[in-house]
Design a binder for this molecule. Sequence first.
Ligand code: SAM
Length: 267
Amino acid sequence: MSSSVPPYPRKRFGQNFLVDHNIVKKIVARAALSPHETVLEIGPGRGALTRVLCQVATRVLAVEIDEDLFRNLQDELKAHVNLELSFGDALAYPYTTLPPHTVVVANLPYNISTPLLFKLFDARASVDRMILMLQLEVAKRLAAKAGTREYGVLSVLAQYFADVDVAFTVSRTCFRPRPDVESAIVELRLKPPCEMDRPEDIQQFVRVVKAAFSHRRKTLLNAMRDAGMASDALKVAFEGTGIHGGRRAETLTVHDFQRLARMLALA
Ligand code: SAM
């Protein structure tokens, strides 16, 4: 490793580096990359995943926020002509410039994984699927089904944008330094924009889901009314959909929320 590498991993950048090569191979195998696909890696770090991605993919884009790691990677991976490294914040990355059929493969910095996920959902015109290392608890929430303890806003919104599967769990011993939490690889296959609602309907859907879960212990009617939605409109929407306002948010499927949001837009 060159002398530009920081002596200690930077906690503020969520630096828990993968040191188990078998896990790296399992992640890349799960990505099942085809030659026409471009890979985007967020946070290449010391390059454990990047090296293998460069061996199997035609084109690899990678964005790293830590300048020392970025410079080190430029040096260490210069032989890989299919790698395009950029230095910067993945939260400010120009996702709209990604080529079609991009696959995101990343061991994400856990501290910003949720806002990053929403940036990536917004990029679904170009992103086909994502293979992501996440905190196990977040992975479970993303894939949770209605009626379970983990089911909430994150589950409904993620499953609205994508089909979600927890692929496998990853032990803390596979990282240096060891993270404080368990991890898992999640695969999210994004729904193509043509199958999605219009932008204003998506906004309405998000508003409805957040309002429904805003007071978990309250009924739908009370929670949504307390979140600022008009009682009359809510009553019309509950009647129109056949969804009882006395139910709790966690009993509704993604499809139920879609029906409710559409009916509320008309009410
Ligand atoms: N991919 C490497 C691996 O698997 O060993 C490193 C993964 S580590 C969990 C997260 C990486 O994301 C670190 O390299 C960190 O510097 C980088 N990172 C953190 N915040 C970032 C951001 N906002 N934009 C881009 N990279 C970021």
